[in-house]
Design a protein around this ligand. Structure first.
Ligand SMILES: [Zn+2]
Length: 666
């Protein structure tokens, strides 16, 4: 969905069930705060908590997710064993699905047969005219092929929905994986070719050159594609075309047939996110032979379905996408994979059962009051900015005042009555769920924006900001101890949930969010001069993060991570302001030898503690708009004079930056 891409917090938690406040045992006192605050706050924990074999990284987030998993497992097992649930009820659908998921023997027996009808359809293609209807059918059921289609809010007219078409069709995580020439990237491509051949073999398909041919085909699709950094620029991707213009521009793609096959009624205009990609695709469909297109379509079906079939396929799929790409050596146990599968297929049904067990209206009230608090501090900050004109300040304050808030779970749950969960096969359920979601999306076109929808499940430990709805959303899973704990010392609540609330609010004012107005439209509200000054200020952060190296050849991408880095710095600065306002009403004392301000920063740093496998770190740096946890701490704090003051950071300390070199935005 467009609303939140790249804006997720990727949040983590402090594990703190026994003691209230910061985790003293995690601290490594041998490290000076000014040398490396991340290791000072977390060093002992990092040494004592190696990554389990079934995980690619291990940190505060995972520990809390583990606890949620136990709740979800209990729910799933109880509904799976309950044969008395009313047919079609949430319990019946979730229970039927989980029972089927646990039945590995059935998947072994079925082998690749659940995917056979789609492979037959490809085999039966007689000429190129039959390709587009088949792609349309694949898209409806979630088989990734050639390009993407979705319906979302119109970025420049946020009260209406509009169709979008976008680049797609790649098996590797990003466009740049195909063209990077360093040894590690070359090796990944070789492994990918082997993987494609291995999967084809397990399907009883393929040929000597199959893997190589697929790589070459995907490289042709990747070449005109935008990479993740370029895709952060929404303005560049907002290319409005009329229906007729589109149909004429790409005759070989035959969009007329495509739209009719996906059951989309006539519309006036749509957005072509990457015109260069569609020009190249139009060309490819003309020049590539029917046979090579069929081979690619076969791969699309195999690649989409491999994780839902027998154990040989599931294991091979895991080997490439988890072991090769993220270094994880063992699959998660079946029940944990069952939670992930249930979240993906019947997510909000499971969410209803989850909040019945875990959510209290009291936490909603408390977090809401904290949002009031952080908004008030943000207002003080905006009014006090010395670089911004009053004209722009006024607009910023209007936007801040109009943020919508959502807490816990949707007021109105998604209606799953049209989704059939049957005892046939895991893959068939996955396809029906995808088709149900697709039709739901198609139904939106022409209707008013549904502002009650959620882009995240209540059982997800995270939060997000949507620029087109101008809203911040806090699922139930984030509003529970120890992350937000009404009984804990304020320092932790302000350094953690306070920083999160500040982070999400600041997304409305990061390098991309600031391009959207209070009404959710992509339209500038800045004076030219203020915009220029803002861009100059954000450039400082880009350069700082470009200079954080994790190995000789791999450094953080300062452009890709800019929005998140702005949100981290703004969020913590605002949370600090709010904490100071709080301390004036309710003075803090020294606890465990740390002042209130020191505990605030330790609380923040401890959210981000995590051990990461080198392979996973590499993938994160190439694809994730969030900086790794370590640098979210180092990068954010090295820019904050409040931190310098709290810990007596001075020139010569590694964390120290001269005041002229610091980023200071919100
Ligand atoms: Zn974020």
């Amino acid at each position: 969905m467009i609303c939140c891409t790249g804006l997720f917090l990727g949040l983590a938690f402090v594990q703190n069930t026994k003691q209230k406040g910061i985790d003293i045992a995690a601290i490594d006192k041998a490290v000076q705060p000014g040398a490396d605050f991340y290791r000072f706050a977390n060093g002992t924990w990092l040494k004592e908590n190696p990554i389990p074999a079934s995980e690619s990284r291990w940190g505060s987030f995972n520990i809390v997710a583990e606890r949620n998993n136990l709740v979800l497992r209990e729910i799933l097992e109880s509904v799976a064993n309950d044969k008395t649930a009313t047919k079609g009820s949430a319990k019946d659908k979730v229970g039927t699905f989980y029972r089927l998921f646990l039945d590995e023997a059935k998947r072994e027996k079925q082998g690749v047969s659940p995917a056979k009808a789609d492979l037959d359809d490809i085999n039966n293609l007689k000429n190129k005219n039959e390709i587009i209807p088949l792609i349309a059918k694949f898209h409806r059921k979630g088989i990734r092929s050639f390009f993407g289609f979705y319906i979302g809010q119109d970025l420049k007219n946020s009260t209406t929905y509009i169709p979008y078409i976008s680049q797609g069709g790649l098996g590797l995580p990003d466009r740049d994986y195909y063209f990077k020439t360093d040894a590690k990237s070359q090796k990944t491509k070789e492994e990918y070719v082997k993987h494609v051949d291995e999967i084809a073999k397990l399907f009883g398909l393929g040929s000597a050159q199959f893997g190589q041919d697929i790589l070459a085909f995907e490289m042709a699709l990747a070449k005109p594609s935008m990479n993740r950094t370029e895709r952060r620029n929404q303005e560049k991707q907002y290319n409005k075309r009329s229906y007729n213009q589109l149909v004429q521009a790409y005759p070989a793609i035959d969009f007329k047939t495509y739209f009719s096959e996906i059951k989309l009624s006539k519309f006036d205009s749509l957005i072509v996110s990457q015109p260069a990609f569609f020009e190249a695709l139009n060309q490819m469909l003309t020049t590539q032979s029917l046979e090579s297109i069929k081979a690619y379509l076969n791969w699309n079906v195999m690649n989409t379905s491999a994780g839902y079939l027998n154990s040989a396929l599931e294991k091979q799929n895991f080997y490439f996408y988890s072991t090769v790409l993220t270094g994880t050596t063992e699959q998660k146990p079946l029940w944990k994979r069952g939670i992930a599968a249930s979240n993906s297929i019947v997510g909000e049904l499971l969410g209803q059962l989850f909040v019945e067990k875990t959510f209290t209206p009291e936490s909603k009230k408390r977090v809401n009051a904290m949002v009031d608090d952080i908004v008030a501090a943000f207002k003080v900050r905006i009014n006090g900015l010395t670089w911004m004109s009053n004209e722009t300040k006024e607009k910023a304050l209007v936007k801040l005042a109009s943020f919508n808030r959502k807490f816990g779970y949707p007021d109105k749950w998604k209606d799953y009555s049209k989704l059939d969960i049957k005892d046939d096969s895991y893959l068939a359920n996955q396809y029906r769920a995808a088709e149900f979601g697709f039709q739901d999306m198609i139904n939106n076109l022409g209707n008013p924006i549904d502002r009650g929808r959620w882009g995240m499940l209540p059982q997800t430990v995270n939060a997000y900001y949507s620029p087109t709805l101008n809203e911040i959303v806090f699922p139930a899973a984030i509003m529970q101890p120890p992350f937000f704990d009404a009984d804990a010392d304020d320092a932790v609540n302000y350094g953690s949930i306070g920083a999160v609330i500040g982070h999400e609010l600041t997304h409305g004012f990061d390098d991309q969010g600031a391009k959207y107005g209070a009404d959710g439209n992509l339209k500038s509200w800045w004076t030219e001069e203020d915009k220029r000054l803002f861009e100059g200020k954000t450039k400082v952060l880009v350069n700082q993060f470009n200079n954080y190296y994790v190995s000789d050849s791999l450094h953080i991408n300062g452009e890709l991570t800019l929005g998140e880095n702005i949100a981290d710095l703004g969020g913590l600065t605002i949370a600090y302001e709010a904490y100071q306002m709080r301390l004036k009403k309710n003075a803090g004392t020294v606890i465990n030898g740390f002042t209130p301000e020191q505990r605030f920063f330790i609380g923040f740093a401890q959210i981000w503690k995590n051990n990461v496998r080198p392979e996973a770190l590499r993938q994160l740096i190439l694809t994730d708009p969030h900086s790794p946890g370590e640098f979210r701490v180092l990068g954010t704090l090295s820019n904050m004079p409040q931190f310098y003051e709290a810990f007596g950071i001075k020139e010569g300390d590694k964390m120290h930056r001269n005041s002229a070199d610091r980023a200071d935005i919100w």
